[in-house]
Ligand binder design. Structure first.
Ligand SMILES: C[S@@+](CC[C@H](N)C(=O)[O-])C[C@H]1O[C@@H](n2cnc3c(N)ncnc32)[C@H](O)[C@@H]1O
Length: 329
């Protein structure tokens, strides 16, 4: 599919793509980086936070970054096969103490603004990513709303919880991925689930019935001089550099001398699967560079998970194009 609407904003290399991707709630581009590795070219970015917009502009200089999904005219979005949305999780996350506003919250409720754009343009494939809390918020009613909304717009829907630790990154990070395919009841399941027998994405799977040693207990590094680190990090959360709570105190680096420190920003990028210094961009005004980077990386999608999904989407798009060519012949 060749981008049409707003095509003056698209660089010429997109003509080579296996498909086109419009990214909403783009953050620092976890979906974009992973999908591009799979052959899907980003043609649209939308992100509210100025720091994240600078990261996006640094890596995708030819794509303008829309600021606010609530102001996007659906007919300014370039034609794209795949739309992704890791909508804000603040009102759904279990990390937040107290009652969760869920999809009624003014952050996570932005899902409805995304759905309105989907209604107007009906992209072939929609991918949604969110925290595990999406499944339980309001006793599952919020997740039902997400599924019913997509179903009501003519999409076949499937979902799966994927943990980044099974995609080659040293971090346990469980997230819900919803895939929806327009006018195809089977497509979403074909994209998200492998028919072939595999070890799967299950922390329960054991070879020969034996427990494998936990990487959380494995220690890597030089035992004489340090630094030392656990073989697998706990889930990285969005937080500031001044944060002293549970996250960094679970993920730390230590030295035989007794010194202990938190991960530095580039280490957080590594355990989240980004290239080094992906978020090392100019800060402005009173922004604290480390806080900006911790926060943005903690909110992001693991690019390797997006790449796996992207490859499966590309295979699906290829197969459906071949089918329609055969049908036309
Ligand atoms: C969970 S994060 C998604 C991160 C992204 N998937 C990544 O890989 O970095 C949600 C993002 O939505 C952005 N956001 C919040 N309100 C928005 C709005 N009204 N319009 C566009 N983006 C918004 C936040 O700044 C945040 O970066």
């Amino acid at each position: 599919m060749i981008p049409v609407a707003g095509s003056e904003r698209i660089d010429s290399s997109v003509a080579m793509a296996a498909g086109y991707h419009a990214s909403f709630f783009s953050g620092i581009g976890g979906f974009d980086l992973g999908f591009e590795k799979a052959g899907l070219k980003s043609v649209f970015l939308c992100e509210k936070k100025a720091f994240c917009r600078r990261v996006l502009a640094h890596h995708w200089p030819s794509i303008p970054v829309y600021k606010d999904i609530t102001n996007v005219d659906p007919f300014n979005i370039p034609e794209a096969d795949v739309w992704s949305a890791g909508f804000p999780c603040q009102d759904l996350s279990l990390a937040r103490m107290g009652p969760r506003a869920g999809l009624r919250g003014n952050q996570s409720g932005l899902f409805h603004d995304f759905a309105a754009l989907v209604r107007a343009r009906e992209p072939k494939i929609v991918v949604i990513e969110n925290v595990h809390g999406l499944l339980t918020s309001h006793r599952g009613r919020d997740f039902t709303i997400v599924l019913k909304t997509l179903d009501g717009l003519g999409y076949g829907v499937a979902w799966r919880v994927l943990n980044s630790q099974y995609f080659g990154v040293p971090q346990s990070r469980k997230r819900v991925y919803v895939v929806a395919v327009h006018r195809d009841p089977e497509g979403a399941g074909e994209i998200l689930f492998e028919p072939e027998c595999s070890d799967g994405d299950s922390s329960q799977s054991k070879r020969n019935g034996k427990e494998s040693p936990s990487l959380f207990q494995t220690i890597l590094g030089n035992p004489r001089t340090g630094p030392l680190v656990k073989g697998r990090a706990h889930c990285i959360y969005a937080e500031s550099a001044r944060h002293t709570g549970t996250d960094w105190s679970r993920n730390y680096v230590w030295y035989p001398s007794g010194r202990v420190r938190r991960f530095i920003p580039v280490e957080v990028e590594r355990v989240q699967g980004f290239p080094d210094d992906w978020t090392d961009v100019q800060v402005e005004g009173r922004e604290d560079p480390d806080s900006m980077r911790y926060h943005a990386v903690g909110n992001s999608v693991t690019p390797q998970v997006a790449e796996w999904l992207g490859k499966r989407i590309v295979s699906y798009l290829k197969a459906t194009r071949e089918d329609s060519l055969r049908g036309a012949a």
